[in-house]
Design a protein around this ligand. Structure first.
Ligand code: SF4
Length: 372
């Protein structure tokens, strides 16, 4: 019987995000780790490997696939109310103790994840696009595991999706390189980045480096991608006022237009000790974001209990622009040119051209998508 590794190694293609080195070694540039991978070895993510001097990378399958409300990504300034066909593969370049997708993300690292082999479904980019259209999705998103490490597959999917008029997006930990962001730029409309902590020591405990993420937020924004940033606020890990203020100020230094989602933690995987984040803490985090000068601050994961922090307001005149509860949009009041109907201010985001087509009162829950 094949091991999970042997099974996945068959579902690969030749990588493009790579530099060739001496003696058959390669350097992968798909994520900030920039692994030097010698003959027969694997990168930190385990799913990219050097076979006979060629970097092999995941291709041709998904391990998770569903139509999610785009608000679940979360994107609040990208086609509100739309469905996003969201796919994931296996593996990650981080090992966060509180990962909510650890069965797929920690494949080939945590033996408990071997069960993820049963989730793998072979599929082609054309079939993915067909599924997105059948699900009436307007956006196709690479998420669940870390998409950077499977960027060649995402680009293959996005090339088909763009031809069909879909928008494409990434939901990422932000451990990117300039090379991978330039590689993705022609296809992506939007990029969500997790800013998990402002302490490098804490980032390293998750398998990352703070500066890589900070640089990626800035560079993705400079490239013209629509960027939204999420901080999962974990009690005792990153919830001090100083740290939240640091995060908000950094985002503000890139652009006050970048939405910042502060979301509530619940115990998961190996991080079971902290209590779930309280409403009071999330509201404090959101207020810090506003005080730091961010125009769009949202409080997530505790719907109906965070007041105005689920809605979008005009930063100039405070008119209500998008009204939400959880992942459901109840009201959409932007003009077709993406301006405030009251004062005319241009509101940053990727807005639909036809406001009449924004779905209001949607179910606000994911839908499983069958691959027939
Ligand atoms: S994606 Fe990142 S972790 Fe994986 S091989 Fe490439 S540089 Fe290493």
């Amino acid at each position: 019987m094949l091991t999970l590794g042997e099974y996945l190694d068959d579902l690969t293609t030749e990588g493009e995000l790579v530099e060739t080195l001496e003696e058959g070694a390669v350097r992968c540039v798909a994520c900030g780790h920039r692994c030097l991978i010698r003959l027969g070895r694997r990168g930190i993510c385990q799913v990219r490997f050097n076979q006979d001097g060629v970097l092999r990378v995941p291709w041709g399958y998904v391990a998770a696939l569903q139509a999610d409300p785009i608000e679940k990504k979360p994107f609040f300034h990208v086609f509100p109310g739309a469905d996003a066909l969201t796919f994931g593969m296996l593996g990650c370049d981080f090992h966060c103790a509180y990962c909510q997708n650890h069965l797929t993300s920690q494949a080939m690292r945590d033996p408990e994840s071997d069960i993820a082999a049963s989730l793998v479904r072979k599929i082609t980019p054309a079939q993915m696009t067909e599924l997105a259209l059948r699900a009436r999705a307007q956006v196709i998103v690479s998420s669940y595991n870390e998409p950077l490490i499977t960027s060649e597959w995402a680009v293959s999917v996005f090339q088909e999706a763009l031809k069909a008029g879909l928008r494409c997006a990434y939901v990422s930990n932000g451990n990117a390189t300039p090379e991978v962001l330039r590689y993705l730029r022609p296809y992506l409309s939007a990029y969500k980045i997790d800013l998990k902590t402002m302490q490098d020591r804490q980032y390293r405990s998750l398998g990352g480096v703070l500066q890589h993420v900070l640089d990626s937020i800035r560079f993705a924004h400079e490239l013209g991608l629509w960027v939204e940033v999420v901080t999962l606020v974990v009690p005792g890990f990153n919830d001090s006022t100083e740290e939240l203020l640091d995060a908000a100020r950094y985002i503000r230094s890139v652009s006050p237009d970048i939405p910042w989602h502060v979301t509530a933690f619940h115990p998961d995987y190996k991080m079971l000790e902290p209590e779930p984040t309280s409403v009071k803490t999330i509201l404090r985090a959101a207020e810090i974001g506003q005080e730091a000068g961010l125009y769009f601050v949202y409080a997530g994961n505790i719907p109906r209990r965070v007041g105005e922090y689920e809605n979008t307001y005009c930063p100039a005149c405070h008119a209500l622009l998008v009204e939400r509860t959880g992942y459901t949009v109840h009201g959409y009041y932007l003009t077709e040119s993406g301006t405030c109907p009251q004062c005319g201010k241009a509101v940053p985001g990727v807005w639909p051209e036809n406001a009449q087509q924004v779905r209001l009162g949607g179910p606000g829950i994911p839908r499983w998508v069958r691959n027939r």
